[in-house]
Design a protein around this ligand. Structure first.
Ligand code: C2E
Ligand code: CA
Ligand code: CA
Length: 880
């Protein structure tokens, strides 16, 4: 805008100058018009003054104008008429500005014509007017020169001033000449000489003025001057005047005016008047030259003014237009950029950048460019983030480089992000794999198996196909672990898993449930025979010797099969059925393959029934039919009562007396066994208190059977402590019995718990010894007080295997200060053999069956008498 403003200011100043010049030119034009009228009027007054002076001269010579005219043959009334007309015209043109009133002038004329006004007076009046008008002309000229100072009109004005001078110099020459030619009677030779000098001076000035006019060179004036000099009448006047001044006057004073001379005089004065008229016209010409030039100038200046005004206006408009265009060219892309930025900010990353981003000033284009690039980066980044979010690492967009320098720095972030996503993805995959896979063998785990069974069931629901679930349990795996170590055991499991996987039919599924248990899910089983065939194949595969290093391990398996023959089932129930079938296969040893059937179904139902009833009985304060029987344990040598073993019975309403075999295993499958153990502990210790009044039983110790599950639950010491505190009995009167197989499950954990129990003062016995594989070395480390040799060995005492074990265990037990109890002594032979072998205590039907508490009191009291009278223990059968 700065140059625009400067341009406008300049234009304004030029316009003002032009306007002033135009105004001046106009003022000059008007002023010069007035001046022309004034000069004309003055010239008219001058000529009339001259005419009146002639009148005066001829009057002095004794003649009036008419006589003189007659005499000279020249009537100056005619030019007077012309002069008067031009005066009237000038006064009318001047209007109120006229220095002479028209009526005053008319009165003067009337006075002159009627002779009422003396010619001398008239001459003076005209002379006064000439002076008055002359002042006005001078001041007018001065004013004009001031007005025209700023214009090139100076030359024309100068020319005009010269012309006016010319008028002043021309007019009085006729008077001078007449004074010389026709002196008044009172004139002296000096007067004539002065007139001569005056005429001579005026003529010299006149000539100089003409020269000056030529020099000024205003064409119309120069041309007019040429005409003046060329006029023959004017030349005649000039000749007469020159001759007169040279001393050769046309008419000398005192000479008689003859005819030719009179004509010459008349021609001279005629020439004078013609010259006056031409000079007067010259004024008009000079004036006209000024006016023409002024009008021209005013026009030019006005045109210039208009040109500049309109030019400046147009320039200003154009400038504003350019400014607006500029502003728009800046604001449009800026506005578009703002809109674009807003859209992007609103999340419209795919908003299109307006084409105006290539327009406007460099800064805007740059900002737009940078922003567009940024958006392109964001778009690409978005796409990349999307690809990463979908873990689509092969998406080609991930390989497209982000544009620009910003892009390059973002690229590293993307790479970092992508890296960490890959890591996380791998971790997730790993975790997902872990969640569904067994870490040891790498095959599917129990969770995956359940999902697979469920999915298979959904499919089967549509196709009515049969699903088979085969529960596989390795035989004697524990022995492998025990004899070769866990690493070998793990390798065996891996190889079994690999074999199962390799041997499967397509569509079948294999998983490890944990420990040495596997499961195979087979869809589209035709019938039981088909399932049995599959189970057989599995067993055969597993039974192939397994090589681990140099070892060749043979391992068998039991398989339980459950089929969905009866329609839809729940995965877990199907699994439980297969488990139950496997259990039967394993522990009933009739066959390595068992199919879940109606019997098992019945058994399972019974189990549930027993669980429910037992739970209720344990919560019943009266015991719900649960009761303890006590089987005496006698000293092998003295046959004295050394203790009793509490054995549970359940007088279940409607079922009669149930033996522990029918409900203990069921309780052992759940934590119900812990509640049951606690019940027995409490009941047995209470019984001890009841017996304190029975002399034979006052100090008798009681042995309570404790489940392995209870022992390993780590709650046993607390439970025992509670019972001891509750009853206040001597801990030495309580002992617990743990079966050997349980101890072997986790020897270290069991030993730790038993240590705590023994620290309470309660003694510990290994029950059913010989059924497990306790090495004799282990025996020494176990925190036990008593070994109860299993009944199966006692009944085989007559066989070598039985007797040698009993002897061996007895010897060892004595060596490390452990009591040896022989269980299930049924015959005298057995008793004697055991006595011979050195067993410490005996227990069995031969000595006493388990008895109710009351029966035991009676037994003990009666026996005490017998025992007292017959210390040698024989014929105990009688006491049964
Ligand atoms: P156990 O601990 O080995 O108990 C001895 C079993 O042998 C008792 O069977 C007893 O009646 C039986 N018995 C004793 N002498 C002879 C004999 O000369 N010949 C024969 N054939 N059997 C004899 P019961 O009472 O049926 O108990 C069976 C098993 O049930 C017990 O074996 C024990 O493991 C478990 N049990 C019994 N009561 C309890 C209990 O209160 N708690 C726990 N956890 N288990 C118990
Ligand atoms: Ca026992
Ligand atoms: Ca036993």
């Amino acid at each position: 805008m700065l140059p625009v403003t400067a341009m406008c200011l300049l234009a304004g100043s030029v316009v003002m100058t032009r306007r002033t010049a135009a105004a001046q030119a106009t003022a000059v034009d008007q002023g010069v018009g007035t001046l022309n009228e004034l000069v004309t009027l003055r010239d008219s007054m001058l000529v009339q003054q001259t005419a009146s002076a002639f009148d005066v001269r001829f009057l002095e010579l004794g003649a009036n104008r008419a006589i003189a005219s007659e005499f000279l043959g020249f009537d100056w009334s005619a030019p007077i008429v012309v002069e008067r007309e031009s005066a009237t015209t000038a006064i009318a043109a001047l209007g109120a500005d006229s220095p002479i009133a028209e009526d005053v002038l008319q009165a003067l004329y009337a006075g002159i014509d009627s002779g009422a006004i003396d010619p001398r007076v008239a001459t003076e009046r005209f002379g006064g007017y000439v002076i008055a008008i002359g002042d006005r002309v001078t001041s007018g000229l001065d004013q004009l020169e001031v007005d025209a100072s700023q214009t090139p009109l100076v030359i024309e004005l100068e020319s005009l001033r010269e012309v006016i001078r010319l008028v002043d110099l021309a007019a009085p020459q006729a008077i001078d000449l007449s004074q010389i030619w026709f002196p008044s009677p009172g004139d002296t030779p000096q007067t004539t000489a002065a007139a001569m000098a005056q005429l001579s001076a005026r003529r010299a000035d006149f000539t100089a003025s003409i020269v000056r006019l030529r020099e000024l060179g205003v064409p119309s004036v120069v041309e007019h001057v040429g005409r003046l000099e060329a006029d023959p009448k004017v030349q005649l006047f000039e000749l007469s005047a020159t001759d007169t001044l040279r001393g050769d006057p046309l008419f000398a004073p005192g000479e008689v005016l003859d005819e030719p001379r009179t004509a010459a005089v008349a021609a001279t004065f005629d020439g004078y008047f013609v010259r006056s008229e031409i000079v007067e016209a010259l004024v008009t010409t000079a004036t006209q030259a000024v006016r023409v030039e002024a009008t021209l100038l005013a026009g030019t200046e006005r045109d210039g003014f208009l040109l500049w005004t309109f030019g400046a206006g147009a320039l200003a408009l154009a400038s504003i237009g350019v400014a607006l265009w500029l502003a728009r060219s800046i604001s449009k892309p800026l506005k578009d950029l703002a809109g674009y930025a807003h859209a992007v900010n609103e999340g419209e990353l795919d908003a299109t950048a307006s084409p105006s981003r290539h327009q406007g000033p460099r800064e805007t284009r740059m900002a737009f460019g940078v922003f567009t690039e940024m958006v392109a980066n964001l778009q690409l980044l978005d796409a990349k983030a999307n690809a990463l979010a979908h873990c689509d690492f092969d998406d080609p967009v991930l390989r497209v480089p982000l544009p620009g320098r910003l892009g390059r720095s973002l690229e590293s972030s993307v790479a970092l992000l992508s890296g960490s996503i890959v890591e996380r993805d791998q971790l997730q995959t790993h975790l997902a794999h872990e969640a569904t896979h067994d870490s040891l063998t790498g095959i599917n785990n129990r969770a995956a198996a359940i999902t697979v069974i469920e999915a298979a069931m959904h499919r089967a629901a549509r196709t009515a196909a049969t699903i088979g679930v085969l529960f596989v349990d390795l035989n004697d795996f524990k022995a492998v672990n025990d004899s070769h170590g866990h690493e070998v055991g793990d390798e065996v499991l891996r190889q079994v898993a690999a074999r199962l996987l390799a041997d499967l039919r397509s569509g079948d599924f294999v998983a490890r449930l944990g420990g040495d248990e596997f499961i195979v899910v087979a869809e589209g089983i035709a019938d039981v025979a088909d399932a049995t065939y599959l189970a057989r194949r599995i067993i055969d595969t597993i039974s192939e010797p397994i090589e681990v290093g140099t070892l060749h391990i043979s391992i068998g398996a039991a398989v339980g099969v459950a089929l969905t023959l009866d329609g839809p089932e729940e995965p877990l129930r199907l699994l439980a059925r297969a488990d139950a079938a496997m259990y039967r296969a394993k522990y009933h040893k009739q066959s390595a393959i068992e199919i879940f059937d109606a019997d098992l179904q019945q058994q399972m139902l019974e189990r549930v029934d027993i669980e429910t009833a037992l739970t209720a009985a344990l919560q019943d304060p009266t015991g719900g039919g649960l009761q303890l029987h006590y089987q005496p344990v006698l000293d092998a040598t003295s046959s004295g009562l050394v203790g009793v073993e509490a054995l549970i019975r359940w007088d279940r309403p409607g079922d009669g007396m149930l033996q522990p075999d029918s409900f203990i295993p069921i309780a052992e499958a759940t934590s119900l066994i812990i509640d049951l153990d606690c019940w027995v502990l409490r009941e047995a210790t209470r019984q001890l208190i009841s017996w304190s009044t029975v002399e034979a039983l006052a100090d008798v110790p009681v042995a309570v059977n404790i489940s392995g599950r209870h022992l390993l639950s780590r709650q046993l010491p607390d439970h025992i402590r509670a019972v001891l505190a509750e009853t206040g009995i001597d801990p030495g009167r309580l002992s617990i019995e743990i079966t050997e197989t349980v101890l072997l499950e986790d020897l270290a954990a069991a030993a730790a718990e038993l240590d705590i129990v023994r620290a309470l003062g309660v003694s510990v016995a290994i029950d059913d010894f010989g059924t497990g594989y306790t090495s004799l070395a282990h025996l020494q480390q176990l925190p036990i007080d008593t070994i109860k040799i299993d009944r199966s060995f006692i009944s085989q005492l007559n066989v070598r295997r039985g007797s040698s074990l009993v002897r061996m265990v007895t010897d060892l037990g004595h060596a490390i200060d452990i009591n040896i109890v022989a269980e299930g002594v049924e015959t005298d032979e057995e008793m004697r053999a055991l006595q011979t072998m050195g067993a410490d205590h005996l227990q069995g039907f031969l000595l006493s069956r388990p008895l109710t508490a009351g029966a035991l009191s009676t037994w003990a009291q009666g026996r005490a008498v017998v025992a007292a009278s017959a210390p040698v223990v024989t014929g105990l059968r009688l006491l049964k």
